[in-house]
Design a protein around this ligand. Structure first.
Ligand code: SAM
Length: 322
């Protein structure tokens, strides 16, 4: 149903709860205010059990995504609308005429565009990394510090960065002087993003679009897999949520086949999943041993990020074949 500035948030919520999508015809800023008013009516409970929180999050997403605004060739034909053409081109590709998009999604697209322009300062690189839409942004810098500081395997000549995202860890490995760095990701947006970042930093590393490993063997294999074993709900979730720990399991099951005889695997993982009751420390060690690997060392760091849980630890697990 078409709605405009005259609708109240309570009326809007009632309509959405009856299954009606709201097609906005009014002022762009008023649409944003309505979205905020709807969001305030859907409180989040950060102390509820994880599964209940995810269910509430999915419901919240469904409700807020029911407020749609028009997009005509990547322009919003509404009063006081900003120019969103560059942001939309980055997220959606070339314009395709008229469509309706959830305002909430569009705000995410605009936010991602601004983050891409501004970049994220990564202290371990002394430089900025520019994330693309849906690509994991290295805003928690402590895990990058671990990769920048941990002693390299003696004489390491080849390193793999599995699930490279923005390419941040590949960039650190190349900066540390490893002559051949190969990075992979199964998200084409990440592949493009990593290539762009490495090019901008004038670092040489090859980036391949593939599932897990590139061909060949490496002296060092680094992997920072998605940390939360739960179903992704949106395209933005894929870098953080990994249903049934699929990537982690497949990585640990096969990493040894891609490792030089005295090579090292550096697995970067937070114990957030353990705090949420989604995985135990014992399960992780079992996966490591089942893959023919042993723990040869570990370096822990406490996340400094504002959203980190009390007691959360990020670990670089140094693994070797046995
Ligand atoms: C937590 S992000 C880490 C990104 C980056 N390495 C970093 O540390 O900032 C995990 C990355 O793994 C990628 N990924 C997930 N499953 C994968 C797979 N099977 N093969 C390759 N990459 C994968 C995701 O697309 C995402 O970019």
């Amino acid at each position: 149903m078409h709605v405009d500035d005259t609708i109240s948030a309570d009326q809007a919520l009632r309509l959405i709860n009856r299954g009606t999508n709201l097609y906005w015809k009014g002022d762009y800023h008023n649409a944003k205010q309505l979205l905020s008013a709807l969001a305030r009516r859907l409180p989040t409970n950060r102390t509820a059990p994880f599964k209940a929180q995810r269910r509430a999050q999915a419901e919240r997403t469904r409700i807020l995504n029911a407020l749609l605004i028009p997009l005509t060739n990547h322009q919003v034909p509404l009063r006081r609308a900003p120019d969103v053409s560059a942001a939309c081109a980055e997220a959606y590709g070339p314009p395709t005429g008229n469509r309706w998009v959830p305002l909430r999604e569009l705000l995410g697209v605009i936010g991602a565009h601004q983050l891409r322009l501004r970049g994220v300062h990564v202290p371990a690189l002394g430089d900025r990394i520019h994330p693309h839409y849906t690509v994991f942004a290295p805003t928690r810098s402590e895990y990058a510090d671990l990769v920048a500081e941990h002693p390299l395997p003696p004489g390491a000549r080849t390193a793999f960065d599995i699930g490279t995202g923005t390419g941040v860890l590949a960039a650190i490995l190349a900066r540390r002087g490893i002559p051949r760095v190969l990075a992979t990701d199964n998200n084409p947006r990440a592949v493009e993003c990593a290539r762009e970042n490495l090019h901008r930093l004038r670092l040489t590393a090859e980036v391949l679009h593939t599932d897990l490993f590139p061909p060949g063997r490496a002296d060092l294999i680094v992997c920072n897999p998605p940390w939360i074993p739960a179903k992704p709900l949106t395209p933005l979730d894929h870098a953080v949520y990994d249903e049934n720990s699929r990537m982690l399991r497949d990585f640990l099951r096969t990493a040894r086949e891609h490792l030089q005889p005295r090579g090292e695997v550096w697995l970067i993982l937070s114990d957030l999943a353990e705090h949420l009751g989604l995985r135990t420390g014992h399960e992780l060690l079992t996966l490591i041993h089942t893959g023919g690997l042993r723990v040869a060392g570990q370096q822990d760091v406490t996340p400094r990020h504002g959203r980190a849980r009390t007691g959360e630890t990020t670990t670089l697990w140094k693994l070797q074949g046995f």
